[in-house]
Design a protein. Structure first.
Length: 280
């Protein structure tokens, strides 16, 4: 007699070769071929944990969703499909109107022409490389260019080896610790000099920190500028000497007379020397 939760009791026959697969952990369910297909009994295969079900035995029933439940569950799927379809239609419409990158690519001939020109340039570049044009083409095709590059690489490798072995000035700069110590001492002296300047020691320090020294130096510079201005304006003896041709000519004539006098003196000194003896 069926239990209260068993609405229907179904008796059926099973082929003897499948009897070993029906065990106590097998389950029976009603299935259908599609949403509108015919119903049939589906029995799951048991495992080794279960015992074989003997003739006139009972296999537990597993509840399955009814057709109405399947239809109700499929409504969410249909709604999602409708939303997806709407979005796809919007994308297709955008593309057809030439909007976006894909739409411009399909509708705008300019983008296509640019792409075609780029492809043509790439083909030309590949052709130039294959024909040995340009540096890359020569590198690929020219044995002489390849040898030059290879020679340069070998020289760089040789230079690197010399540096690593301590040969040459660059190697000493890198590997000689005494040079590093000298540089460190030089930096230390420079730092000490900067400290002295900051502390106001020495001429540079006074110039940097002593306001009185700065004012004196500034005043001296101002005096020099004033003197230069006076000379430019023709003021004073030096200014007149620069600007007054009469004074220059007079000095020049005096200088000439002095030179002539010195020349005459060298020729006949006695003429200019007179000795007078007086007896008192």
């Amino acid at each position: 007699r069926p239990e209260l939760n068993e609405a229907v009791e179904i008796d059926f026959e099973v082929n003897s070769r499948f009897m070993s697969d029906i065990r106590t952990d097998s389950r029976v369910m009603l299935a259908a071929e599609g949403l509108l297909g015919e119903r049939y009994i589906n029995i799951t295969k048991g495992t080794s944990a279960g015992e074989p079900v003997l003739a006139d035995g009972t296999v537990p029933f597993r509840e399955t969703a009814e057709f109405s439940e399947l239809v109700g569950g499929s409504r969410d799927l249909l709604d999602n499909l409708n939303v997806l379809t709407s979005r796809l239609n919007s994308i297709v419409e955008t593309i057809e109107t030439g909007q976006g990158t894909v739409g411009k690519f399909i509708k705008d001939d300019t983008l296509f022409r640019r792409l075609d020109a780029t492809v043509s340039q790439a083909e030309t570049l590949v052709a130039d490389l294959n024909s040995g044009k340009g540096s890359l083409g020569q590198l690929l095709k020219s044995e002489d260019f390849y040898r030059k590059v290879s020679t340069t690489v070998d020289k760089l490798q040789s230079l690197t080896d010399k540096i690593e072995s301590g040969e040459g000035t660059v190697a000493k700069l890198i590997n000689d610790p005494s040079l590093y110590r000298n540089a460190e001492q030089l930096m230390s002296r420079g730092s000490s000099l900067i400290d002295n300047i900051n502390q106001g020691k020495g001429t540079l320090g006074k110039l940097a920190t002593d306001d009185e020294f700065y004012r004196k130096l500034n005043s001296a510079v101002g005096n020099v500028e004033a003197l230069s201005g006076s000379i430019r304006n023709g003021e004073g003896t030096i200014g007149r000497l620069f600007h007054d041709p009469t004074l220059y000519d007079g000095l020049n004539a005096t200088s000439l007379e002095v030179r002539e006098l010195m020349g005459d003196f060298r020729k006949d000194p006695k003429k200019f020397l007179t000795i007078q003896l007086k007896i008192f």
